[in-house]
Structure formats: C-alpha cells, structure tokens
Design a protein around this ligand. Sequence first.
Ligand code: AMP
Ligand code: SF4
Length: 478
Amino acid sequence: MFDPEEDMPFDKLREECGVFALYGHPEAPNLVYLGLYALQHRGQESAGMASSDGRKIHSVRKMGHVADIFTPDVLNQLPGDLAIGHTRYSTAGDTSLRNAQPLSVACSKGQVAVAHNGNLTNAIELRQMLEQDGSIFQSTSDTEVILHLVARSRERTLAGALRDALLQIEGAFSLVFLAEDRIIVARDPHGFRPLAMGHLAAPGRRPATVFASETCAFDLIGATYIGDVAPGEMVIAGPEGVTRERYTMPGAPAHCSFEHVYFSRPDSIVFGKSVAKSRELMGRLLAREHPVDADAIVPVPDSGVAAAVGYAAESGIPYSQALIRNHYVGRTFIEPSQAIRDFGVKLKLNPVRHMLEGKRVILVDDSIVRGTTSRKIVRMVRSAGAREVHLRISCPPTISPCYYGVDTPSRHELIAATHTIKQIEEFVEADSLAYLSIESLRASVQDSQHHFCYACYTGTYPTLVQIEEIALAKTGCC
Ligand code: AMP
Ligand code: SF4
C-alpha cells in the first residue's frame, strides 16, 4: 500500500522555499539578490536567479547560501532589467543541484524560467502522464512538471500556456515565471503560500513591479507593499504594463497558519497581517490559557522570542534573555564524538547561568516536532541551575505532516501524533507542558472568516481528495 508520507518520490514534499521577482529596473539582478538575502530563512540549501536582457535568459543556480553564491562576478553574468530568484531547502529525496531553481526550458513559447514555493499534490500523476507521452525529466522536482505542461500546451501565447498548465496542477503554489520580456506570477486557488506584490521607484521610468514570498524582502530594497497576489490570480508585468486576471475561480482560502507561527520572519506582513503581532498575541493567549507561577519568561531564540514577549506582557512575569544564540553556526560541522551529548544544541545555544540559577522558568517556543531539541533545551536550562522548567508552546500539538510546502517529518516521527501531552511532558523532562489551543491560534492570526489552514494541528486537509488520489495513482487502483 502506498503511503504518501513515506513513498513520495518528489523531494518537494519536504521542501521550504522563498521566491522573489522584479520587472522594470536597471539594477534588477542586484535587487533580486538583496531580496533573496532577506528570504534566506526560507531555504538555506541552494539558491538561484534567472534574468533576461530582453533577448535571452541568463541563469545561475548553486548549492549554498545566497551571500556566498551571488558574488560580484556571478552577478555580472546576470544582465537585464527583469529577474526572478529562489531559495530552497529540502530534507528528503534528492537534494542535488539539478533540483535547485529557477528551472528553465526553451519551447515554442520562447525561453521560460520558473521558481516555485509550495508543493503540488498531483505531481506524481502528472509526471506519469507526461512521461508516458514522451517527456524526459531532468530533475526530481515537481516544479519541472509545470514547465513540461507549459511546453506541450497547444495555446500559442505564453500566458495562455501558463493558464493551461495552472488549471492542471493541484496543491500549493506561489509561482514566479520569467520570459524574455515579462514576468508572470500566479498563486494557487487556496492561497496556501504567501505572495506579496509591491512597487519600487526606478530612475527615469515608471515604478518597477516586485513580488516576494515575504514583505521583509521589500523593506530591504525600499519597495512599497501594495497587497497580495490573490488566490487563483495571475499577474503579468510586461512592456504593456501590469495586468491582473483570475485564471480560475478562487477556492476556499487556506492560508498556512504555520507561516505566522514559525516560518515567516516577524518583521513581515504575511497574508496581509503582521507576523510579529500574531506571535505576540499567541504568547498573550498562551499566558491566559496556561498560566503558571514563575520568576522568568525565557524564549527559545529565535523562534520563541515574539511569543515570549507576549507571554511576559500578559503575565507580568519578567522577560529574560537567558539563552544566547550563536548566529554563525554553519551547516557543515563534524560532530567530534557521539559521546559528547547535546553537542548540536550547545553549538547553537548557550545559557546565561546567573539568569537561571534557582529560578522557576517558563520556557517559550513556537512548536515541538520530534521533541528531541526541546528535551535538550529543557535539560540545558535545568543544568544551568533552574529550579523548575515549564514549557509553553505557541501553537497546538503538531499531529499531521504538511503536504503544502513546509518541512515536517512523517506522522510517526511527530511526537504529538503518537503521545499525549502528559507523555510529551515526560519525554522533554519539563515540570509542565502546555500548548496554545486551536481557537486561540485562530484568534491570533485574526482568522474570523476561516481563511487559514490548520491541517498539521487538526489532520483535516483542505485538499484531502488530492492526497488520496496520489495514493491511488501509485497503487494503480482507480
Ligand atoms: P524538536 O523539539 O526536536 O521537535 O524541535 C523543536 C524546534 O524545531 C522548535 O524550536 C521549532 O522552532 C523548530 N521547528 C519547528 N518546525 C520546524 C521546521 N519546519 N523546520 C525547522 N525547524 C522547525
Ligand atoms: Fe501550513 Fe500546516 Fe497547513 Fe502545511 S498543513 S499549509 S504547515 S498549516
């Protein structure tokens, strides 16, 4: 029996990404570089950029961090006043350079490059269908399916071919396409992943148009956020100006609540709402739902900081930055010996002993996935002298994996899928453990209209039908 969690051949199942695009600025590649720099937290494994000089698309894709990849020499290979970029992180499947984005193709509609944030839930079926029809794939990324659909579309214009392709793909996608003379972006009908739109002043011409996964990328380049690409919308920025159209009817909105819990930067506006504000409210409501007598509120940096500020403000207990994060931990290090316990966490965090000694501490973090890191941090705080350690989590228990582009392990690895809160409390060795309720999470992201996805907390997926179809497609029963 096919298990979509275990057997998914596309590495996008466990992928997180950031996308950026800019049309109409003489410094486009440099600005896209800066945009990607601000989106680095969304993917640290590889990055890439494609730019157009009006006749030809130039592209660079490399493994590593944005600042290491885009040296002045590399940026000099990227001419033009329109460009798209991508940052990517994947923990399962093939993580090689061939899956780095933007991916590009030359077809009857000209050259096209694409960068994708999200995960297609019908990619397996589409890939099988395309391969049976003779398509040859270069990567294991589901994004390549989109390019093949575009290339074989009978529509004569690129916009028409994109519409054709967009109507065949399902799941989560915020896409940015680059053609020789234009940028086209699109968002899935549920709006799972964010895609913000903005303007940037350009010398001697009309303002440039920019798109980014998060508005923190606009702040860095001085662009103004004007709103989001709507679910089911396609936006074209080209020589004739900017046109917006619905390529399909929007579905029931399902914005990813985890973007507000953890994934996005707190200084971003995501789905039109301040992430910092959501997180502070999560902390405040957590304090109201799960109070405990204590001497200090200590955030797990950086993920727990904004919620800890809210918890401290609501409870009146002093906020104390008693865990210090080393921001310069590289991705590659050699663990000297398995015998050195907790080495990984000690590389990242160090406790400030005098702030913890003899104290009853409330440790605030955003989420627990497997529980192993949380246990190391609880132990660290206790061994630095804390008398009590109470763990407070600013979202509900994570009980189900994400199929829409956030890196979560399979269900059996999620501690909350198989353990009660009491058992997790024992596992992480906390004096008490409590999570934010789903109602309070909804209130924190101001979701009065039920426009958000909470599937990793509820197990109820907005597109469950498609996931079942994946299982059927693989087992051949239909
Ligand atoms: P653990 O105790 O091992 O489950 O790890 C919990 C930590 O993982 C928390 O500090 C979270 O902020 C962090 N975390 C949660 N989700 C993710 C994710 N998708 N990618 C990376 N880290 C995450
Ligand atoms: Fe976000 Fe969770 Fe829904 Fe995935 S399942 S889109 S992480 S809320």
